[in-house]
Write a protein that binds this ligand. Structure first.
Ligand SMILES: Nc1ncnc2c1ncn2[C@@H]1O[C@H](COP(=O)(O)OP(=O)(O)OP(=O)(O)O)[C@@H](O)[C@H]1O
Ligand SMILES: [Mg+2]
Length: 169
């Protein structure tokens, strides 16, 4: 049963591949009655290569445009793009606040070894993500600092552990 909406709200998932963004986003989607935007799912539906960064950027821009329209209607929107960079997260936070929306940031911090293990088990990407690529991404990922986290609103549902084995994710 979705929780009653307390007004427009943007929920941002932040984390590297395999950190659990989609798993948690699906849980929050069903609990909050939110609209979830996943670039991977749209790319898959359009038969696009998940490594096509140009198309991914276009899809994210389209999803952000739709997100802002839905926030203006007072809805809860979840975006799960990874949001690796501080400036990208700033743009989303300020854009949502300009529409009168609350903004949550869920940072999924997972050790590199665990990420690689999960990515291998999931077996989604073709070709598979290589260990070396993951190490490079780890180095460029800008983890949110406590100072940045303080700029966001308290989550409606906090400390939720999305258990992929429960079948609800
Ligand atoms: N809390 C968790 N504990 C253990 N395994 C998890 C957890 N969350 C997700 N997983 C598993 O890890 C794998 C990756 O999770 P998920 O697809 O949600 O990550 P993601 O951040 O969306 O990755 P990507 O950026 O590649 O889309 C999945 O197989 C999922 O079942
Ligand atoms: Mg995902």
């Amino acid at each position: 049963m979705p929780t009653a909406s307390a007004g427009p709200r943007l929920i941002i998932m932040c984390g590297l591949p395999g950190s659990g963004k989609t798993t948690l986003a699906k849980l929050l989607e069903s609990r909050l009655g939110a609209i979830r935007f996943s670039p991977d799912e749209w790319m898959d539906a359009l038969s696009l290569n998940l490594y096509d960064e140009e198309k991914r950027a276009k899809i994210e821009a389209l999803q952000w445009k739709l997100s802002q329209e839905l926030l203006a209607y007072g809805l809860i929107v979840i975006i799960e793009w990874g949001t690796w960079g501080r400036s990208e997260r700033d743009t989303l936070r300020l854009g949502a606040r300009a529409l009168g929306a609350a903004v949550e940031l869920h940072y999924l911090s997972v050790p590199e070894d665990v990420l690689f293990d999960r990515i291998q088990r999931r077996d989604l990407e073709r070709p598979p993500i290589e260990r070396e690529a993951l190490s490079r991404w780890f180095a460029i990922f800008q983890a949110p600092t406590p100072e940045e986290m303080a700029l966001f609103d308290e989550p409606l549902i906090a400390n939720v552990v999305a258990d992929p084995a429960s079948g609800r994710s």
